[in-house]
Design a protein around this ligand. Structure first.
Ligand code: GLN
Length: 559
């Protein structure tokens, strides 16, 4: 009896998860991810525990095989899922680590339903989009909510309303609102309000149309976030409120900001937090600070201030082959900026194409630091090797990540006389495969999800740059690769001066390499960029940017 009443009072105390669903209209790429993450940051400042889900309606199972030129970087979660880059925004803004199930795709939904059908789980029923697919979508959303004790889960639906692929998701989200109740689910519609130069005015019609399109699915938005290039005025907001049938307070304008981290502050000024607190009756939740007090975001405001610092200025080049779409290096670019803010410098990130001949000639000379990011395939690798050579010869700080570390090891090997040394990824028959595939990987032929993925422990060696940065014996970092440092060359490379400062706890896999007689030469097998936060910059990035700053001080006259 006691147990039952304890259990009932425990359940009574537990907060139910509430959902904020974010849809998009008019055009894509208007920053739904940043809008969602910013709402999350505001709610976090109320003391709420906020999680986030990204729905990608494409048929791919995950983001692993997507072309970085089209979709930007693949973000890797701690549990090894290859996901959409919006999860990176959520992790950085919310300062959480999300599980891979927080990225739902049509591929995953259908895969699961078809598996259930093959197992006979539907007991002879005809399997249909409604209810089987929509039930699966709701189950996946609830699974993420239950993975932690979230008060609020943001659910961002990729694409724009009206896309054929989105329809089952919109239907599932409509059902979710009915099942969870009006007070527990709200819809935010993000649109674009264009300015027509010739007419000299902003136009609300696209917003009206996309809201109408959303309504045709049975969903009425509770809030409309209007993206625009410049601020829109009050009469225009009133017009949108009127035609889209939302209260005036629920029309939020987010004009282009100088840094994405400013968006929560812009939205806070528009009282987004208070509106959501009232709409979802969050003041009824236990132990929340729901006072409309603007000091809540003060620490975030400080971070934004440091990110906007204008001097001293330094330049770091990202030498890679996916530079046409800068989003391909999203987390690296952000991690560099977090580190610059931490140190107090303005950082210009320059994208340098590695797929050219003679990178050594001039292109790198006005940089204070070189970062070689991850990548796949042979194209552009020789340019990366040139950049390593240039950094060694000119004592410029250089940071290699994954394929960047491979490039460092290859070039170092060539310098010490292992002529033609390479990674087996680029030349299977090279004479000195200093980077090679792990035995168990060799058997795998399929492309998707077959790498060493997710978070692994790494043991650091004392008195190294890595240890000085982390100040810890064991760290955890995320991985995404097939090829490894080849232990057969361990002795030869270390005898010639390469330091192996990080390894798997059993010493088998090499995780970090360094050169001691260089200002800053460090390559890591993992991707530290995924764990950097604006308010908690990553130690390796801080150490690297600091070295670049030192370099700039000594070389400012020479440039
Ligand atoms: N292509 C390399 C590998 O598979 C490096 C991967 C990466 O840079 N993420 O090991």
């Amino acid at each position: 009896m006691n147990f039952i009443s304890n259990f009932i009072s425990y359940v009574g105390m537990m907060n139910l998860t509430k959902y904020i669903i974010i849809t998009g209209g008019v055009v894509s790429s208007i920053g739904k991810g940043i809008t969602s993450a910013s709402i999350g940051r505001i709610l976090r400042s109320y003391g709420l525990k906020v999680g986030a889900i990204k729905i990608d309606p494409y048929l791919n199972w995950d983001s692993g095989t997507l072309n970085p030129y089209q979709h930007g970087e693949v973000f890797v979660t701690y549990d090894g899922m290859e996901t959409d880059l919006d999860l990176g925004h959520y992790e950085r803004f919310l300062d959480v680590e999300l599980p891979g199930i927080a990225n739902i795709t049509t591929g995953k939904v259908y895969d699961s339903v078809i598996n259930k059908e093959r197992n006979g789980d539907f007991l002879g029923a005809c399997v249909q989009i409604i209810p089987h697919i929509t039930d699966e979508i709701k189950e996946m959303i609830r699974k993420t909510s239950n993975s932690d004790d979230f008060d609020i889960v943001l659910v961002e639906l990729g694409g724009t309303v009206g896309d054929i692929e989105s329809q089952p998701f919109l239907e599932a989200l409509r059902q979710l609102r009915n099942e969870e109740g009006h007070d527990n689910v709200m819809f935010v519609h993000v649109t674009f309000v264009p300015y027509l130069k010739a007419a000299g005015e902003f136009k609300t019609k696209p917003t009206q149309h996309s809201t109408k399109e959303l309504r045709s699915t049975g969903i009425s938005p509770d809030m409309i976030v209007c993206r625009s290039q410049e601020p829109i005025d009050e009469p225009l907001k009133r017009k949108i409120a009127h035609f889209c049938d939302v209260p005036y307070d629920a029309v939020i304008n987010t004009p282009d900001a100088s840094t994405i981290y400013e968006v929560p502050l812009v939205m806070d000024k528009e009282n987004v937090g208070q509106y959501i607190v009232d709409r979802l009756k969050l003041d009824e939740l236990e132990g929340l600070d729901v006072n409309p007090d603007s000091s809540k975001l003060d620490s975030w405001r400080e971070v934004v201030k440091s990110l906007k610092k204008q001097d001293p200025e330094i330049s770091i080049g990202i030498v890679g082959k996916y530079i046409e779409l800068e989003d391909s290096y999203m987390s690296i670019r952000e991690a560099l900026q977090h580190a610059a803010a931490n140190i107090g410098v303005k950082l210009n990130v320059k994208f340098v194409n590695s797929d050219v001949n003679n990178l050594k000639d001039g292109t790198l000379s006005d940089l204070d630091g070189i970062l070689i990011p991850g990548g796949f395939g042979e194209r552009g690798v020789e340019g990366k090797l040139d950049a390593v050579e240039y950094a060694i010869a000119n004592n410029i700080p250089i940071f290699g990540i994954c394929l960047g570390m491979h490039s460092m090891v290859i070039q170092f090997a060539r310098r010490i006389g292992l002529e033609g040394a390479n990674s087996s990824e680029f030349d299977e028959n090279n004479p000195y495969p200093v980077i090679d595939m792990m035995e168990e990987q060799k058997k795998i032929k399929q492309m998707g999800g077959t790498m060493r993925l997710g978070s692994y422990d790494c043991k650091l060696q004392k008195d190294t740059k890595a240890y000085d940065a982390y100040k810890q014996d064991i760290i955890k970092e995320r991985h995404r690769h097939r090829f490894e440092f080849n232990n057969e060359f361990k002795e030869e490379l270390t005898n010639n001066g390469l330091i192996l400062s990080g390894s798997s706890p059993d010493d088998f896999l090499i995780e970090i390499v360094e050169l001691p007689d260089h200002p800053w030469f460090l390559g890591c097998q993992f991707h530290p960029e995924f764990k950097s936060r604006p308010n908690n910059a990553h130690p390796l990035f801080v150490s690297f940017v600091d070295a670049a700053y030192e370099y700039s001080k000594n070389h400012s006259e020479a440039k």
